[in-house]
Design a protein around this ligand. Structure first.
Ligand SMILES: [Zn+2]
Ligand SMILES: [Zn+2]
Length: 341
């Protein structure tokens, strides 16, 4: 089947490169041999929440969007915490994320679900195309040598955490506490790239397909308010109203109470009130996405129609040919038959 977006050679999954990534997914299964204790489950839950916080509040809201300010030590701590989630370095992560906002749901977008759910969820990570960090896209943080170091040796924090889990609770703590929570944080994070552009409701007009979902906001500590976020990106809170639960933001508020984070940016009232779809604004993002989908389906239908006629034409040609041959054979047979006098 043809798509509006074509998959290039360097966009194919590199299975060899991804063996470690696949092994991380398989590791929790080893708990069938070791058994699981309440301690392992508590560790898994704790590390899920903590690392999801570092990813959303740190990698995403701080490094990608500069939604608040940190001192240099806290900045490194946030980057190190994010790196323990084994989603590569902060500069790599934030540079790619800035790219996503710049080109949301266009052919340039790294992980638009318009290229398919699987691609937006994990396909783009498993191919070779996006291995490098574009330092130009993240100059503001690439100037710190400690962040460049962490970006290069991004495996140090997750390995250190894995070893710490093993020392704290043995094999089952490693398999469940560390590996299972790592896998859950992976897919919780990936949902932001896939499901939040497919599942939920749209409040604001944006040029993309982002949506708001309470369930995804709970799973991802606040990132499920993705339509809010695409509409107004540089805020520390992504839940714009009191009922939009945003645990990462509450965590940041707590840090700011202790003076560890400051200048938390919030959307101004006139921004909150403007461009609401229910006020009658045309939803250009969904319109464009639907148009692209319709164009792809039309192209596909054209292919199918022409292929069908091609096949019919061949069948008719073959029929004509075999009829002609049969007629010739009959003529020859008739010619050979002795004519009765
Ligand atoms: Zn973002
Ligand atoms: Zn998005």
């Amino acid at each position: 089947m043809s798509h509006a977006f074509e998959r290039a050679q360097d966009e194919r999954v590199n299975w060899v490169k991804n063996i470690p990534f696949l092994l991380v997914h398989a590791a929790p299964l080893l708990a069938f041999y070791t058994g699981v204790r309440p301690f392992d489950i508590a560790l898994c839950a704790g590390l899920y929440v903590l690392r999801m916080f570092f990813i959303t509040a740190g990698y995403h809201r701080y490094f990608s969007h500069r939604a608040y300010k940190l001192g240099r030590f806290m900045q490194f701590l946030m980057a190190f915490g994010g790196a323990t989630a084994a989603q590569k370095g902060p500069l790599w992560w934030a540079a790619h994320h800035r790219h996503h906002h710049k080109y949301s749901d266009t052919n340039e977008d790294i992980h638009s679900p318009l290229k398919g759910f699987w691609w937006s969820h994990v396909g783009w990570i498993m191919c070779n195309k996006y291995n490098q960090t574009d330092l130009d896209a993240i100059k503001d943080f690439a100037k710190y040598p400690e962040l460049r170091w962490l970006n290069k040796y991004h495996l140090v924090p997750p390995i250190a955490l894995g070893v710490a889990c093993f020392l704290a609770g043995g094999w089952s703590a490693l398999f469940i506490g560390f590996f299972l929570s790592t896998v859950l944080v992976y897919h919780g994070t990936f949902f932001i790239n896939s499901l939040t552009h497919l599942f939920g409701r749209r409040r604001y007009v944006t040029t993309d397909t982002s949506r708001n979902s309470l369930i995804l906001a709970l799973v991802t500590l606040g990132e499920g308010w993705h339509n809010n976020h695409h509409y107004y990106q540089s805020t520390a809170n992504q839940g714009f109203f009191w009922w939009e639960i945003d645990l990462s933001y509450y965590g940041l508020r707590l840090l700011s109470l202790f003076g560890l984070a400051h200048d938390l940016r919030k959307p101004p009232q006139h921004v909150l009130d403007a461009n609401r779809i229910r006020d009658g604004y045309a939803d250009i993002g969904m319109f464009e996405a639907k148009l692209a989908k319709a164009a792809a389906q039309l192209q596909d239908a054209r292919h199918r129609t022409s292929a069908y006629y091609e096949q019919r034409k061949r069948a008719v040609d073959e029929l004509v040919e075999s009829t002609r041959e049969a007629a010739l054979r009959i003529a020859k047979m008739t010619a050979k038959t002795p004519v009765d006098p």
